[in-house]
Design a protein around this ligand. Structure first.
Ligand code: ATP
Length: 235
């Protein structure tokens, strides 16, 4: 059984769907990259998985269990956590306070909060150096790291990362992808939304989206295929 299974997903913001019957799976332990150009429907997809949007049709299953109409917070408790596009950190709170809020669902287990905090700061040493700094004063790259670190605080089974590389220098984008790969190696399944094909070498599975549908899936070595880049991504 796949960890995440999306079937026949139709989602829109009004009467007109943006996702037209999307189907894909993510296996436990994978780093999966969902690639597509602007407006392909990537954010809509991960927002639906996180419970922020309701599908008009179709299902999201975690471990075979239909998530149905469950709320975003219920999904966090089930193990789904989202690092959203645009970061959405709390600028007037410190780095540590932002992280502690990310651990809200684990608040009755101080040991878990502490171990996740240590882990997040280990993944992103730059944040460790800035624990007491107001998040709004961090650089763009550091704020992106904080958004990913905050999402990790709930100890997810499935971490959704929406466009971590947006607006980052190539070096910083690479740093974030390397950490995503490390998170996966440490046992958390990762679904990463990207417009940047530079993320592909880090993926176990690549899903290419166009206009609200999946046009290609590649697993393992097939991801390295140059034709994949040329045909679907124009690079
Ligand atoms: P991007 O990288 O630009 O975020 P994306 O692949 O994530 O692109 P989505 O953000 O999911 O794409 O958008 C898919 C389509 O849905 C686009 O045509 C967009 O204009 C539309 N859309 C997104 N958000 C809304 C909204 N809140 N209200 C109405 N339409 C929306």
């Amino acid at each position: 059984m796949s960890l995440l299974e999306i079937s026949d997903l139709v989602v829109g913001y009004g009467p007109h769907p943006v996702l037209h019957g999307l189907d894909f799976v993510v296996e436990e332990g994978e780093l999966c990259v969902l690639l597509g150009l602007n407006g392909a429907g990537k954010t809509t997809t991960v927002s639906t998985i996180a419970g922020l949007l309701r599908p008009q049709r179709g299902q999201v299953r975690l471990d075979g269990q239909v998530l149905g109409r469950s709320s975003p917070s219920a999904r966090v408790r089930k193990g789904i956590s989202l690092s959203p596009e645009g970061r959405r950190i709390f600028p007037r709170l410190t780095v540590r306070q932002n992280l502690r809020l990310g651990g809200w669902s684990q608040r009755r287990s101080p040991k878990v909060v502490k171990s996740q905090l240590d882990l997040a700061l280990d993944y992103f040493p730059r944040l460790a150096e800035r624990e007491d700094q107001l998040a709004g004063t961090l650089s763009g790259g550091e704020q992106q790291m904080l958004a990913v670190a905050r999402a990790l605080m709930s100890r997810p089974r499935l971490l959704l990362i929406d466009e971590a590389s947006l607006g980052l220098s190539p070096t910083l984008a690479r740093t974030v992808w390397e950490v995503a790969a490390r998170i996966r190696r440490d046992g958390t399944t990762v679904l990463m939304v990207e417009q940047n094909a530079g993320a592909l070498p880090f993926a176990d599975r690549a899903l290419i989206m166009e206009k609200g549908t999946l046009v290609h899936t590649a697993v393992g070595e097939a991801i390295r295929d140059v034709n994949l880049r040329e045909t679907y991504l124009g690079v």
